[in-house]
Design a protein around this ligand. Structure first.
Ligand code: UP5
Ligand code: MG
Length: 201
């Protein structure tokens, strides 16, 4: 597909900040196609089973970032598939909400150069103690390999050391809308909507 056919909004924020939850809200009210990099990786892990699946599982459990070729391929394949099965009305662009990606500077540069530049970055700002209690609660039932205290600590460290610099780089380009993510789901969504309306209606 061509860059002219699509627009991309990146949805970033720490582990448990509410990206998935708020993406579901946005999809209901706006014409976004939601793609979660983490969900695509977990699906790939199951599908692949073998050594590649095991590799992905290890990265996720350790809170490390999977080599970007894997993730960028999954994302661009998902975008192409969405455009083929659900093309946007003539004269309009498909709008992708990409959740949990890019989490490392080289991924951001590679994706924007090889797939599509982003229009806007939504950033959910949430303190670690709030994110931790959400994730531990979800871990009681989620079955996710990384919803345990040890993995959560590692995910937080990766986020601070590796992923926040991506947010800062986009901030320097004046692309970031920051939303405080500590309120209720409804309160956070009001702020998310306000950010979208202001910058990418
Ligand atoms: N919840 C949400 N909002 C709430 C609110 N306002 N008040 C109270 N509770 C709230 O929410 C988490 C939990 O909190 C849920 O139970 C929810 O009900 C509740 P969710 O919406 O799921 O938050 P989200 O930010 O999506 O959290 P998630 O755990 O998915 O974030 P991560 O960024 O850690 O996970 P992701 O799936 O994106 O990535 C997982 C791993 O995949 C990474 O650690 C990494 O190893 C790998 N990965 C890559 O290698 N490369 C990539 O590009 C992407 C991922
Ligand atoms: Mg998520």
């Amino acid at each position: 597909f061509s860059t002219n056919d699509v627009t991309v909004v990146f949805f970033l924020g720490g582990p448990g900040s509410g990206k998935g939850t708020q993406s579901a809200n946005l999809v209901k009210d706006y014409s976004f196609v939601h793609l979660s990099a983490g969900d695509l990786l977990r699906a790939e892990q199951v599908r692949e089973g073998s050594s590649r699946g095991k590799m992905i599982k290890e990265y996720i459990t350790e809170g490390k970032i999977v080599p970007m070729e894997v993730t960028v391929n999954l994302l661009s394949d998902a975008m192409a598939e969405s455009l083929a099965t659900n093309p946007p009305p003539a004269g309009t662009k498909a709008r992708f909400l990409i959740d949990g990606f890019p989490r490392k500077l080289d991924q951001a540069e590679f994706f924007e150069a090889s797939v599509c530049p982003s229009e806007l970055v939504l950033f959910l700002d949430c303190p670690e103690d709030v994110m931790e209690s959400r994730l531990l609660k979800r871990g009681e039932t989620s079955g996710r390999d990384d919803d345990n205290a040890a993995s959560i600590r590692k995910r937080f460290r990766t986020f601070v050391e590796t992923s926040m610099p991506v947010v800062e780089a986009f901030r320097a380009q004046d692309k970031v809308v920051t939303v405080t993510a500590t309120g209720s789901v409804e309160e956070v969504y009001e702020s998310v909507k306000a950010g979208i309306e202001e910058r990418a209606p």
